[in-house]
Design a protein around this ligand. Structure first.
Ligand SMILES: NC(=O)c1ccc[n+]([C@@H]2O[C@H](COP(=O)([O-])OP(=O)(O)OC[C@H]3O[C@@H](n4cnc5c(N)ncnc54)[C@H](O)[C@@H]3O)[C@@H](O)[C@H]2O)c1
Ligand SMILES: [Zn+2]
Length: 394
């Protein structure tokens, strides 16, 4: 074919002629639409876990972030399997287990570690662990070289039903939970139910708390499933757990697709969290598990909804009954450490100010039915806290 252009061979050529803005248009609009699509795989087999992760890595180099507990229990097998499948030795960083590792210091350490290694922007970071590792590893991946790919392999129920999905990432600050973070979606999520066999009952219940949250805000069908399978879930029945994890992924994916970067003020996924986060902050991140704090926060919001006459007493009773059956805390008596009401109110107030003066409380009206209230006044909160066992100064 005849062409007047000079031959460029294999070189990738771009011809452009962007016009200068005309007079009278001082404001220029910049757009940056972005759409991320990724799969959430759920399996019970180690071989499939490795195969799925390897498929996401492809020809790239890989580094794995994990914690010491997970490394001892499952990491050695996973790393060896991946190494054999890829024919390359992954770089591995192991940090201390626990919420304390979700810190800026730990993130900085990982950035130094990545910079000293061989990984580049097109390579892949695998987060192999619970919500702490998923949140921290994803946040580090999002910042490294302005964003490298990462794959979540959540090993706790909290990770599999919640933290591993959605690309919402952060580290804690001593003044507030998840204060420093951002959004960066994973390239894929691979959840292996068999990893949950080594998880203790308390962490299983904390994971179920996040599924109760999803059920209450978005799916009466899921709620009925949790109610009717509560005993099986607590007993570690893998059929029940698998259905719980698969449905959690589907429900969270649907909610996130509607509002991936939380522009919408109807953030029902925050149910239970307006109080859970300050509760974790004032108790020093760790003594109360995140899922336990969420259960307590949901109970407090249910009490607010009941007091406002928004929630029928029968549904309120159903909510509290399910949380109690799951041995999740609904009053301070069931929390593992005492809570100072004055400090809790101060920490809640600090989050309110940081959020531009209003906190979004999610008040349940029924199953799958909620309203957002940003007008919860001090005395209303204090009253709900008192009914939850917190000693609040009058
Ligand atoms: N990004 C999100 O959307 C989102 C959602 C929910 C929770 N989170 C965050 O997740 C964190 C809580 O997650 P978590 O409860 O998984 O905490 P975690 O990561 O600290 O894990 C809990 C404990 O279980 C251990 N563990 C992990 N896998 C195990 C296994 N298979 N067997 C035995 N022990 C195992 C860990 O070493 C740790 O000691 C919080 O920081 C919370 O804010 C984030
Ligand atoms: Zn949560």
């Amino acid at each position: 074919m005849a062409s007047t252009a000079a031959p460029t061979g294999d070189l990738l050529r771009t011809r452009d002629a962007i016009a200068m803005p005309g007079g009278g248009r001082p404001a220029v609009e910049a757009r940056a639409a972005r759409s991320d699509v990724y799969r959430i795989h759920v399996t019970r087999a180690e071989a499939e876990t490795v195969e799925r992760v390897a498929g996401l890595i492809g020809d790239s180099d890989v580094a794995i972030v994990t914690d010491d507990v997970v490394m001892d229990l499952h990491g050695t097998m996973f790393v060896a399997g991946l190494e054999e499948r890829l024919g390359r030795v992954p770089e591995v960083a192991v940090m201390p287990a626990g919420e304390g590792s979700k810190s800026l210091d730990q993130a900085t350490r990982l950035w130094h570690w990545l910079a000293a290694g061989r990984l580049g922007r097109r390579d892949v970071l695998v987060t192999f662990g619970g919500g702490v590792v998923n949140d921290l590893g994803g946040w580090v991946a999002s910042g490294y070289m302005r964003g490298m790919r990462y794959v979540n392999v959540p090993t706790t129920l909290v990770g599999q039903v919640d933290a591993g999905i959605g690309g919402k990432l952060a580290v804690n600050h001593r003044s507030a939970k998840n204060l420093i973070g951002g959004f960066h979606q994973p390239a894929g999520v691979v959840s292996n139910i068999a990893y949950l066999r080594t998880l203790d009952g308390r962490h299983v219940r904390a994971g179920i708390a996040e599924t109760v949250k999803k059920a209450l805000i978005a799916s009466p069908e899921y709620w009925a499933f949790i109610e009717s399978h509560a005993d099986a879930l607590l007993a570690g029945d893998e059929d029940a757990l698998e259905r719980l994890v698969v449905a959690a992924g589907a429900i969270k994916a649907e909610l996130i697709a509607r509002d991936p970067y939380e522009h919408d003020s109807r953030r029902t996924l925050g149910f239970g969290h307006a109080l859970a986060h300050p509760l974790e902050t004032v108790t020093g991140y760790g003594p109360i598990l995140h899922g336990e704090a969420v259960a307590f926060g949901m109970a407090v919001e249910a009490r607010m909804a009941l007091a406002r006459g928004l929630l029928p007493r029968s549904t309120f009773a159903r909510i509290i009954t399910l949380l109690r059956r799951l041995s999740l805390p609904t009053t301070t008596a069931e929390l593992p450490v005492p809570v100072d009401g004055r400090e809790l109110l101060a920490a809640t107030e600090k989050v309110r100010l940081a959020r531009g003066g209003s906190l979004r409380w999610v008040l349940p009206l029924g199953l799958g039915d909620t309203v957002i209230a940003d007008d919860v006044a001090g005395e209303e909160l204090a009253a709900a806290l008192r009914r939850s066992g917190v000693t609040v100064p009058g």
